[in-house]
Design a protein around this ligand. Structure first.
Ligand SMILES: C[S@@+](CC[C@H](N)C(=O)[O-])C[C@H]1O[C@@H](n2cnc3c(N)ncnc32)[C@H](O)[C@@H]1O
Length: 201
């Protein structure tokens, strides 16, 4: 019988408890960028290729994906990428220092449609509060989805948040070159992609 792989035990994790110093914990020295819920990880690798001087922190709640993406990162000896298996919401809520994050990308988040799953969603006002605290003034928040209702919701949340200014709610292209697996698939399938770019005031 095939042995069950215990991704939960193998996955790369953030410090277990207490405050997290992103400046110290995230590999590299460039501006810190977050990729929230990177899934199979394409956006992490395409982003570091597009911005080799950045340091990208990818946070993915599924231990299996985080483990696989970390293996690929290590094989390629990418020093500008850090991968954590964690809930981005609670992890970033205890992270600092304030203003240390230059850019946040959230590609095709929240694949839950039932009302009772609303609590699982990443993009909620409390998470925007966390991002607003962590992002430096002028920092960019990029969110893309193929679900029009969700896009409307994300635009509304960003507009309603005093720390963010919506720069564009109908970008034709991904401005940062961090192409995600879902994005590639949507492009191949000819599905419209709805993109939002906001700036930390
Ligand atoms: C629809 S998938 C998109 C994956 C990838 N970003 C892409 O565009 O191909 C949403 C991803 O977000 C992850 N996710 C959901 N909630 C999360 C959370 N609280 N923290 C980190 N990742 C989360 C899911 O596990 C899943 O991999």
């Amino acid at each position: 019988m095939q042995e069950r792989v215990r991704y939960d035990l193998m996955a790369p994790r953030p410090p277990e408890e207490g405050p997290i110093d992103l400046e110290a914990e995230v590999r590299g020295e460039g501006p810190i960028e977050l990729d929230i819920g990177f899934g199979r990880g394409m956006s992490v690798f395409t982003r570091i290729e597009a911005a080799p001087d950045a340091r990208v922190l990818g946070i993915e709640i599924k231990a299996k994906w985080a483990t696989k993406v970390e293996r690929r990162r290590a094989r390629r000896e990418l020093e500008g990428v850090t991968i954590w298996a964690a809930d981005a919401r609670s992890t970033l809520a205890r992270s600092g220092p304030d203003g240390c994050v230059a850019r946040v990308s959230v590609h095709f988040p929240d694949p839950w449609w039932k009302k009772r799953h609303t609590k699982r969603r990443v993009l909620q006002p409390a998470f925007l509060d966390t991002l607003a605290r962590l992002m430096r003034p002028g920092g960019e928040l990029f969110v893309q989805t193929d679900v029009p209702d969700r896009h409307d919701l994300y635009v509304r949340l960003a507009r309603e948040h005093e720390a963010f200014e919506v720069l564009d709610d109908a970008l034709a292209d991904n401005p940062f070159g961090g192409v995600s697996n879902r994005e590639k698939r949507a492009i191949e399938d000819g599905l419209p992609i709805h993109r939002l770019l906001a700036r930390r005031r």
